[in-house]
Design a protein around this ligand. Structure first.
Ligand SMILES: Nc1ncnc2c1ncn2[C@@H]1O[C@H](COP(=O)(O)OP(=O)(O)OP(=O)(O)O)[C@@H](O)[C@H]1O
Ligand SMILES: [Mg+2]
Length: 268
């Protein structure tokens, strides 16, 4: 599914004016009306809510926003769609959130969930909710009590709260150095994770050096057009110009050193 969240900041001055007007009206209604009226409790609720919002704006410096949340659910067929819809509605309602299907407005909703910043006017009136800054913060999907380094790369999700974990190992303000240690049972995915890290850091333009005695990273290196350097007496690649080479640089001479001085090679 796709979820799209819109916020619209409201003018606090106008909001306070409107609220004060409503508070006045409802206040009078509460005093004068028959206390047995059916909707008297609801009126009392609205009265208190309005007062709460006004107080927060005036005293605690909060801002008021309109919040719109659209959820677009996909499926292969109608039956599956109905199943997913019920599931999403169930989850939302169990958390005390009202949901409403966009019957006959599916197209508008679809457009509103595309990343084109289009909040359909038709849906707005129905989907609008008031929210204060402190509540709005909680709707931000990338916030978490776990590790979230701004320039970090995505590592995975936190198993306790499903929040996303981003780590920037090279942040010297936060970490003493970039060393990491990976533990796991055999086949748990240690190598997989390491390769993922290498690829993602490479995408960020960070040079990666791999020491690979088990010849595990050859494919990875080739696929990102890296350079492989084999070090050994018979290898064709050299990292040090003073290395003992397989072929002599001089014409006509070959393997002089490596054949005669195997032991010396190892010491090197
Ligand atoms: N996050 C992941 N998503 C999908 N597949 C994964 C993931 N992590 C690991 N795998 C798969 O699990 C298998 C084992 O992973 P890997 O070789 O990385 O394990 P390992 O911990 O390095 O094992 P060993 O200790 O034997 O070296 C691989 O086939 C890998 O493709
Ligand atoms: Mg491994």
């Amino acid at each position: 599914m796709n979820i799209s969240i819109f916020y619209e900041k409201q003018d606090p001055y106008k909001t306070i004016k409107d609220l004060t007007y409503q508070i006045g009206n409802v206040g009078v209604e509460l005093k004068e009306s028959n206390q047995n009226r059916e909707d008297i409790d609801i009126a009392a609720f609205t009265y208190n809510d309005a007062k709460y919002i006004r107080r927060e704006i005036q005293i605690n410096n909060e801002d008021i926003y309109f919040l719109y949340i659209y959820i677009n659910v996909y499926a292969e067929n109608i039956k599956e769609l109905e199943y997913y819809l019920n599931k999403v509605e169930g989850i939302a309602q169990s958390k005390g959130m009202q949901t409403r299907r966009a019957n006959f407005r599916q197209e508008e909703l679809y457009l509103s969930t595309l990343p084109i910043m289009k909040n359909s006017e038709v849906l707005k009136e129905v989907a609008k909710r008031n929210i204060l800054t402190s509540g709005l913060v909680a709707t931000y999907p990338f916030i978490s009590s776990s590790i979230f380094d701004e320039k970090g790369i995505f590592i995975g999700t936190n198993i306790y709260n499903n929040s996303l974990v981003f780590i920037d190992r090279y942040d010297t303000n936060k970490y003493k150095n970039a060393n990491i240690c990976i533990f796991g049972t055999s086949g748990a995915g240690k190598s997989f994770y390491t390769k993922l890290l290498i690829l993602r850091y490479r995408l960020l333009g960070i040079k990666q050096y791999i020491i690979d005695p088990e010849r595990e990273y050859g494919h990875l290196c080739d696929s990102i057009k890296g350079t492989q350097i084999k070090i050994g007496p018979n290898s064709k690649t050299y990292i040090n110009i003073l290395d003992i080479r397989k072929e002599s640089i001089e014409e006509g001479e070959s393997r002089i050193f490596s054949n005669k001085n195997r032991k010396t090679c190892r010491i090197f």
